[in-house]
Design a protein around this ligand. Structure first.
Ligand SMILES: Cc1cc2nc3c(=O)[nH]c(=O)nc-3n(C[C@H](O)[C@H](O)[C@H](O)COP(=O)(O)OP(=O)(O)OC[C@H]3O[C@@H](n4cnc5c(N)ncnc54)[C@H](O)[C@@H]3O)c2cc1C
Length: 406
C-alpha cells in the first residue's frame, strides 16, 4: 500500500477524494501544483475524528474555506491532508437574535436565507459573495454594517472549534482566548460552527450579486433549492434547521485548473488606523496610486469606520477604540509579468508605509505570507503571544504549518 492509499484508507469515512492539478487562490495570481487527498467532514464530530486521526498519525492538515484569500494560505503542502469545510453547512435560526451556522457557508447566502425571515447579519463583507464564515473569522471580518455594529468579531457569540489534537472546544465571548480566533488564519484549530447575532432587516434584504455567479442556471437552481429547504423547515415547524448544501454553488472553493470568474481580477489592501491618521494615509495612498495607474484600475480610496463596541482582537487592532480601515481597491486587466511585478512592488510600498508609521494592516487578507513576514509585521511580543496560543491549541503544529509559524 503506498502513502496515498494508506491515507485514503485512514480518512475514507469522511468522503475523501484524491485530486491533482493546479490549485488557485482568489484571482489566480498564485497557484500550486497539487496532488493530495481532500476530505469533507460534514459535522463537528466528524471533523473531530478527522483531526484526531491526523494527530495520531502525524499527518499535517490544511484548512480551506472558500479560497477567497489572496496569500496562498490554503495551499496544501506535500503530504498534507486538505480539509474542506464546505459540508459544514448547518443552518439553525434560534430566534430573531441568534443563529448557528456551519463554518463552510458563504456569508451572502446566509443573508439570502435570513431575508425570508426578515432577518439579516449585522455585518457582512463588501462587494461579492466570497468568504465562508470560518474564513471570514480567520481573517477578522469587517464591511457593510461595521460603522454601526462594529467588526464581525463583535457579532459572534460563540465559536465551536476542533483544536490540533482533535478536541471539540466551545469558546464564547466571555472566554479569555475568544479574541485570538479573529485574524488567526486558522492557526488555533478548524472552526466548525458559529453562533452569530442577527437582527431585523427592517424590510431590506440583501440581494445576491449575480455578477459573481457561475451562470444563471446555477443561480436559479440555488435559489430554488434554498427556498425549498427553508419552506420545508418552516412547514416542519421544528427548530428552523436545514442543511443548505445548495449554498455552496456560489463558493469559489473548487477553483482548480481554470478560472471560473469572468471579470477582471480584483485586489484590496487596507490600513487599520486611528481617525487622526485618515487624511494623511489617504494622501499617501493617492500619491502611491498615481504611480501605478499604468497597471491598475483603481476604485476611489475606501474608508470604513469600524465602531468599537466591546473589544478589538489583538491580531487586528490592539487599541481598544473605534478605528478606520482605509485602503486601495483595484482591478487589473490581465495578470501579465509586468502587472505581477507591479503588484509585488505595490505591496512593498504598502509594507514600508505600515512600518514607517507604525500602522496596522488587514494583513490576513493580503498578499504577503510566511513566518518571517508575520514575525516582523506582528513584532516580537505579539508574535510570541500568538505562538503561545498556537502551542496551547495545536501543540504539534499540525494545522496550516509553515504559513504563520514554522
Ligand atoms: C477583492 C477582495 C475583497 C474582500 N473584501 C473583504 C471585506 O469586505 N471584508 C473583509 O473582512 N474581508 C474581505 N476580504 C478578505 C476575505 O474575506 C478573507 O480573505 C477571508 O479569509 C476569505 O474567506 P474564505 O472562506 O475564502 O477563506 P480561505 O481563503 O479559504 O482561507 C483563509 C484562511 O482562513 C483559514 N480558514 C478558512 N476556513 C477556516 C475554518 N473553518 N476554520 C479555521 N480556519 C479557516 C484558512 O486555512 C486560511 O488560512 C476580501 C478579499 C478580497 C480578495
Amino acid at each position: 500500500m503506498d502513502n496515498f492509499q494508506r491515507r485514503s484508507a485512514l480518512f475514507q469515512a469522511f468522503r475523501v477524494s484524491q485530486k491533482q492539478g493546479k490549485l488557485f487562490d482568489f484571482e489566480s495570481m498564485t497557484w500550486v501544483p497539487y496532488n493530495t487527498i481532500i476530505c469533507y467532514p460534514q459535522s463537528t464530530e466528524e471533523l473531530s475524528e478527522v483531526i484526531s486521526i491526523a494527530f495520531n498519525n502525524e499527518i499535517p492538515i490544511r484548512t480551506r474555506g472558500a479560497g477567497h484569500a489572496l496569500n496562498g494560505s490554503t495551499f496544501p503542502n506535500e503530504g498534507e491532508l486538505w480539509v474542506e469545510t464546505q459540508k459544514l453547512s448547518k443552518f439553525i435560526i434560534h430566534d430573531s437574535t441568534q443563529i448557528t451556522v456551519g463554518s463552510g457557508i458563504n456569508l451572502y447566502l446566509i443573508n439570502t436565507a435570513l431575508s425570508d425571515f426578515g432577518l439579516t447579519l449585522p455585518v457582512i463583507n463588501d462587494g461579492f459573495p466570497g468568504p465562508s464564515v470560518g474564513g471570514f473569522i480567520s481573517a477578522g471580518g469587517f464591511g457593510i454594517g461595521s460603522s454601526e455594529f462594529g467588526g464581525f468579531w463583535e457579532n459572534v457569540d460563540e465559536i465551536t472549534v476542533v483544536n490540533g489534537v482533535g478536541k471539540i472546544i466551545c469558546v464564547n465571548k466571555s472566554h479569555h482566548d475568544f479574541p485570538w480566533y479573529f485574524g488567526a488564519m486558522g492557526q488555533l484549530g478548524v472552526i466548525a460552527e458559529i453562533k452569530l447575532k442577527v437582527r431585523s432587516s427592517e424590510g431590506r434584504s440583501m440581494i445576491l450579486t449575480r455578477e459573481y455567479s457561475l451562470n444563471d442556471e446555477d443561480i436559479t437552481r440555488t435559489e430554488v433549492l434554498l427556498a425549498n429547504a427553508l419552506d420545508q423547515a418552516v412547514r416542519n415547524n421544528a427548530q428552523l434547521a436545514c442543511d443548505l448544501e445548495a449554498m455552496h454553488y456560489f463558493q469559489t472553493r473548487e477553483k482548480t485548473d481554470k478560472r471560473i470568474v469572468d471579470r477582471n481580477p480584483q485586489y484590496w489592501f487596507s490600513f487599520f488606523i486611528e481617525e487622526r491618521d485618515v487624511p494623511f494615509v489617504k494622501r499617501q495612498l493617492a500619491a502611491l496610486q498615481a504611480h501605478y495607474s499604468e497597471y491598475f484600475i483603481f476604485e476611489p480610496i475606501f474608508e470604513y469606520f469600524i465602531k468599537f463596541r466591546s473589544f478589538n482582537p489583538p491580531l487586528l487592532f490592539s487599541t481598544q477604540n473605534s478605528f478606520y480601515a482605509v485602503g486601495s481597491w483595484w482591478t487589473v486587466l490581465s495578470l501579465n509579468n509586468d502587472v505581477q511585478f507591479a503588484l509585488k512592488k505595490y505591496e512593498l510600498n504598502i509594507s514600508s508605509i505600515t512600518q514607517d508609521w507604525g500602522y496596522r494592516r488587514y494583513i490576513q487578507s493580503e498578499l504577503p505570507r510566511g513566518p518571517e513576514f508575520y514575525r516582523s509585521y506582528f513584532g516580537t511580543e505579539l508574535y510570541s503571544n500568538f505562538n503561545n496560543m498556537k502551542m496551547k491549541y495545536d501543540p504539534n503544529s499540525i494545522i496550516n504549518r509553515g504559513t504563520v509559524f514554522r
